[in-house]
Write a protein that binds this ligand. Structure first.
Ligand code: 5GP
Ligand code: ZN
Length: 112
């Protein structure tokens, strides 16, 4: 499968990992949309939340809990935003589920 994020997970393409455990990796986004912009990438490949199996559901729960515990590493102390783009209308460009983690500044709300 030709998936950029699978290649980051496997190490086939080297990338700086801010965090890694059995469930997921966290990297810096190459095109930051906030002062701090990280991507949490589950190790198992799937595109959409609707494709999750029971193991993925539990895994995603652990991922959210872990993200919230990485206060200093991800600069979450003053608040943060988590975003998951799903499909064409949301502008998803990498078809391996990932969570955007935005922090470090006040953010507005511009859905369009
Ligand atoms: P999406 O639009 O699918 O929700 O988010 C994909 C994200 O992956 C974008 O924010 C984009 O900047 C990021 N991205 C794409 N290619 C690379 C890359 O080669 N390295 C890193 N670190 N981020 C990438
Ligand atoms: Zn993948």
């Amino acid at each position: 499968m030709d998936c950029l994020f699978c290649k980051f997970v496997s190490g086939e393409i080297p990338v700086g990992k801010v965090y890694e455990d059995a469930d997921f990796i966290i990297i810096k986004d190459i095109n930051p949309q906030a002062k701090n912009h990280f991507l949490a990438i589950p190790k198992r490949h799937f595109k959409l939340l609707s494709e999750m199996n029971k193991d993925d559901e539990a895994c995603l729960g652990r991922i959210f809990a872990k993200i919230s515990s990485l206060q200093e590493e991800l600069c979450l102390q003053n608040g943060y935003r988590l975003v998951i783009n799903q499909g064409e209308d949301a502008g998803q460009t990498v078809f391996h589920l990932h969570i955007h983690i935005l922090s470090g500044q006040k953010m507005g709300w511009q859905p369009a």
